[in-house]
Design a protein. Structure first.
Length: 649
């Protein structure tokens, strides 16, 4: 009885007409772990017909038969208040056109909060579909001195009940075996009551019959939460944790980054030594190694960033941080669901924007989507690391902390505060009315995350970064390389211009300075001149519209062309080649400060624009986001440069 899987589109085409089993349950009940254990699938998604809500579909082999398994959006009840919850209810009731009604249901409930889940179970059983209840976190229940008789629970409910710990594989084989005879699953002789008061009394009787004893909160947990959830102490701890977080990213990743840089340096040297054709050598050495390789050197920071995030989430701290910061967000008119969406944007704005589907108000969704791109995503990390390395000496310290890590934390904090202010402004412009809908935020127990869960989270993030390097960044880098090396110049023309044709570095520098890219950068120079940018920085900023990381790739190509032996020093020594600032350094502290702030605010990711268009169903909001963020980025960069100049930077 092995599990197999297909992607969300292919699964249905492959097994059309086979029984469909849907997993339903509240968020964080362990549905996804059960889904992955049954299908072997990891986050293969599509969309429901006609809407943008994602669907997770795979196939499961049980006995001699194959089943379609679908993980429905999480919901606390069958009275929907958000697009996600509406989709789940419509699928269960067979009202969503193009999506078949499931033949059987697996209701996933958390053993540690079973008292709250039974009301949802009653609503599902009232649908009259063959149903099996899957109880998760039973190991957690026992560890915390709780008690549950699973067989007695099955008797009380009148349906099959199985205990499953998905991430450890416990009970999965039994679940597949039970799935094979879904047509024989018993249905309660009397459906549970659906009226709230009667439902509560029914739930209490079921818990009593099953001998349920709620888990205890450990004494240590209570004491730790008394600090972490305290309005003042919890906020202080949050900022201390974030400060140490970024200190760690810089301190531990720096040596690893040095090894990666040395590797690409050796590769560049091998290309120069063994590739005779100048164009081939330029393509490999400048475009691939100087460009894409210049972005890949930041893989250690990316991996370490998401490793720390996975550990903080796995031990249960991120939920506490969300609870503490929710109080702050409330001052800006944001509810808990909006905070969760903005928190998701730290990895990438796209999942953050998609997470707004849990918001019941369309106006709240729009306000949160307009703010999500301001949260500092991982795509900004290579840019920040490069520029902070040029701005701040690695040995500089502020008290016990490294100055580089503090600057990085300051940029993340600036983005978060700006996002909250932007959401507040858009909600005011939207004339928000109505009462807030209750928001549930669970405090998971402190636990050591499994190595597999942590590594999966890190690999998912690092893999996405590497895929972007091999697609968007590679394509953009190749296009930039052509723009930086065309038009071609004859030897006679070069000699007439006073260029030593025997010196490949001099030829390369002249070619770059008279390239199509240089022409483009000089064309937009009046826009960026007040910020201190030269044409090379302008080209990098324009290329970053495809993906922010390509800014690093662009400067890497330019530096490699001008000084192949030491591109980093070439960036530090870069001077304005023309104009009123000719001969002056380009990357001065005021200009670097302007660049950093520009990247805090600018919407430089066309994928984000596309997702905004898809989620809102109109070009109005993505164009609004692009326009206001670009204007805000320019204004704030100008202010940053001006303040730095006035302060003597």
């Amino acid at each position: 009885m092995s599990a197999g899987c297909h992607d969300a589109g292919g699964a249905e085409a492959t097994v059309a007409g086979t029984p469909r089993v849907a997993l339903v349950g509240s968020p964080n009940a362990g549905k996804t772990s059960v889904f992955n254990a049954l299908t072997g699938l990891r986050a293969k998604t599509g969309n429901y017909p006609g809407v943008t809500v994602s669907r997770f579909v795979g196939t499961c082999r049980a006995g001699r038969h194959t089943y379609v398994v679908e993980d429905l959006p999480g919901t606390y009840g069958l009275e929907p208040v958000s697009p996600d919850e509406r989709i789940a209810v419509d699928v269960l009731d067979g009202r969503l056109e193009g999506a078949e009604r499931p033949d059987a249901l697996l209701v996933v409930v958390d053993a540690t909060t079973l008292w709250r889940s039974l009301g949802f179970v009653a609503q599902v059983l009232a649908r009259g579909l063959p149903t099996c209840v899957v109880v998760t976190f039973t190991d957690e229940l026992v560890r915390r001195q709780g008690r549950l008789d699973v067989d007695a629970l099955a008797q009380a409910l009148g349906v099959p009940v199985l205990a499953v710990v998905g991430h450890r594989g416990y009970g999965v084989a039994q679940l597949r075996a039970r799935l094979a005879d879904w047509r024989a699953w018993p249905i309660p002789a009397v459906a549970p009551p659906t009226e709230p008061g009667e439902r509560d009394a029914w739930a209490e009787s079921v818990l009593a019959f099953a001998g349920y004893e709620a888990p205890e909160r450990h004494r240590v947990t209570r004491r730790v939460d008394a600090v972490l959830l305290h309005p003042l102490a919890g906020t202080v701890v949050f900022f201390a944790v974030m400060t140490l977080f970024f200190q760690t990213v810089f301190t531990l990743a720096a040596p690893l980054q040095g090894y990666v840089e040395a590797l690409f340096g050796r590769l560049s040297g091998q290309v120069a030594a063994h590739v005779g054709n100048p164009w081939a050598a330029g393509l490999l050495g400048d475009a691939l190694i100087g460009g894409v390789g210049g972005v890949l050197v930041f893989v250690p920071q990316i991996v370490l960033l998401f490793l720390l995030l996975a550990l903080l989430e796995g031990v249960g701290y991120m939920a506490r941080a969300a609870f503490v910061m929710d109080r702050v967000m409330a001052r800006f008119g944001l509810e808990g669901r909006a905070f969760v969406a903005l928190l998701s944007s730290f990895a990438c704005a796209i999942p953050g924007i998609m997470a707004t589907r849990t918001l019941p108000s369309a106006k709240d969704r729009v306000a949160t989507m307009m703010a999500a791109p301001l949260m500092t995503c991982s795509a900004r990390l290579p840019v920040y690391v490069l520029l902070i390395g040029l701005l701040v000496d690695p040995s500089a310290r502020v008290g016990p902390f490294g100055a580089q890590g503090l600057v990085m934390f300051g940029l993340y904090l600036l983005g978060a505060v700006s996002a909250m202010l932007a959401a507040w402004v858009f909600k005011k412009l939207g004339d928000r009315r109505g009462q807030a809908v209750p928001f549930f935020m669970e405090m998971p127990p402190y636990r050591l995350p499994t190595p597999r869960a942590v590594l999966t989270a890190v690999w998912s993030a690092a893999g996405a970064f590497l895929r972007k390097c091999s697609t968007v960044i590679l394509a953009t880098t190749l296009a930039l390389w052509l723009l930086l090396n065309l038009p071609l110049h004859s030897a006679a023309h070069l000699r007439a211009e006073g260029v030593d044709t025997a010196d490949p570095v001099a030829v390369s520098a002249y070619t770059v300075d008279h390239s199509y890219a240089a022409g483009l950068g000089r064309t937009v120079a009046p826009v960026f001149e007040p910020l201190g940018f030269d044409w090379r920085v302008n080209v990098g900023v324009l290329s970053a519209q495809a993906a922010r990381e390509t800014f690093v790739a662009t400067l890497g190509q330019v530096a490699a062309a001008e000084e192949p032996e030491d591109p980093g020093q070439a960036l530090r020594d870069m001077t304005h080649s023309d104009g009123p600032r000719a001969g002056e350094p380009v990357l001065t502290p005021p200009t670097i400060a302007a660049l950093l702030v520009y990247f805090v605010y600018a919407l430089q990711c066309m994928a984000t624009v596309a997702v905004l268009r898809r989620e809102t169903g109109t070009w109005r909001w993505p164009l609004t986001a692009f326009a206001y963020l670009t204007a805000l980025a320019w204004l704030m960069a100008w202010l940053a440069r001006t303040v730095t100049v006035l302060s003597g930077g």
